[in-house]
Design a protein around this ligand. Structure first.
Ligand code: GTR
Length: 354
């Protein structure tokens, strides 16, 4: 493996992760590190998120699903904050496995999710439009971001952390729905929201499946090992400083000094299941860096008697999918996109590890 990556097994007390007890300690260390140095600490959870169905459409997906609009309420330091969530629930008897998608647009139907295909495969789908939570704009700390005092010591939440936090508050409500199978819930996102999904799943153990689609820099892709055409720490820190905590800026020209790499983010979901998807024409998100990260995260699963990533060490062939291990990887043909093909593989991954 890449020798210059920080050792994921090396605990702060100098010992090596060998079993579940060690891993519980090491996972906390990793989460603290990621919170302190890149994503920021989340706001406190004052009480579980609550939901209220405000609209119901029964003529959805050929009548095979009910589409609800649910208002999610989060208690904050400045009072209740609300955002909407769409919920496609199969009409067939449950309980149903669930995908919770963080999405780019508020529309009920969207190019990034094949609602009917998911429903016909027996999945429930919850969708949050991320900018209902907080705007994706520099120096605009609005909506949920305006509801808490952001710590000024460099570790205060970035926007990714707030979007992830909101997904967890929506999950607080979703687990109260008897139609949902709580053993089979996954969080998923594309691109910046793929970074968010990884970060959400890393922290929230109720998600048994964590999916990253084309998440790239500061997502699944390694920062210390970039390939041609890939986004760098300098570019992402310069363009999107507000996605992260301020401490991340310390590394803008020195990713080699980061005390972690992105395989730590994947590993934080161990012993659960992580599936990383790349696209062949998406050099910006660094497919090879994403695949290497899956391999680099795997020693944690192996220390616990599992396998992690089971796939080639050389760059994967276009169109291939390696879904056998607890860490899946797939390389779809085509551009930066969350496609039907990606979803078919993500459904297969969940089924395989049922
Ligand atoms: C790009 C950004 C990427 C990725 C992408 C997206 O501009 O550089 O890291 O997050 O946006 O979210 O579409």
């Amino acid at each position: 493996m890449l020798k210059y990556l920080p050792d994921i097994l090396a605990m702060e007390n100098g010992s090596t992760v060998k079993n579940e007890q060690d891993w519980a300690i090491r996972r906390d260390e990793i989460l603290s590190l990621l919170r302190r140095e890149i994503y920021g600490f989340p706001p406190p959870v004052l009480s579980p998120g609550q939901g209220r169905v405000v609209e119901t459409n029964k003529k959805c997906c050929a009548g095979h699903a009910v589409l609800e609009t649910v208002e999610i309420t989060v208690q904050t330091e400045k009072g209740p904050f609300q955002f909407p969530m769409r919920l496609f629930m199969p009409t067939a008897p449950g309980p149903h496995p669930l995908f919770l998608l963080l999405n780019f647009r508020p529309d009920a139907y969207d190019m990034y999710f094949p609602a009917e295909e998911l429903i016909d495969n027996g999945f429930a789908l919850a969708v949050i439009y991320y900018q209902d939570v907080t705007s994706d704009q520099k120096d605009t700390w609005d909506k949920l971001a305006a509801c808490f005092e952001r710590p000024k010591d460099g570790t205060g939440y970035g926007a990714l952390t707030l979007w992830a936090y909101a997904a967890s508050r929506a999950l607080d409500y979703l687990v109260t729905r008897p139609e949902i199978d709580q053993q089979h819930m996954g969080v998923i996102g594309h691109s910046r929201l793929g970074k968010t999904a990884l970060w959400c799943g890393a922290q929230d153990e109720r998600f048994r499946y964590v999916y990253s689609n084309d998440s790239g820099c500061a997502g699944a892709a390694l920062e210390k090992c970039k390939h041609e055409g890939a986004e760098t720490t300098r570019i992402i820190c310069g363009n999107f400083p507000y996605w992260f905590c301020e401490n991340y800026q310390k590394y803008i020209d020195h990713p080699e000094k980061l005390p972690f790499d992105q395989h730590f983010l994947l590993a934080a979901s161990c012993p659960r299941f992580v599936c990383v998807g790349s696209a062949s024409l998406d050099a910006w998100a660094d497919p090879v860096g994403e695949q290497l990260s899956c391999e680099a995260a795997s020693p944690i699963w192996q220390a616990l008697g599992m396998e992690g990533y089971i796939g080639p060490k050389n760059p994967a062939a276009v169109g291939s999918a390696y879904l056998e291990g607890e860490v899946g990887y797939q390389l779809r043909d085509g551009i930066h996109f969350l496609s039907r093909q990606d979803w078919l593989r993500y459904m297969a991954f969940m089924r395989k590890h049922w």
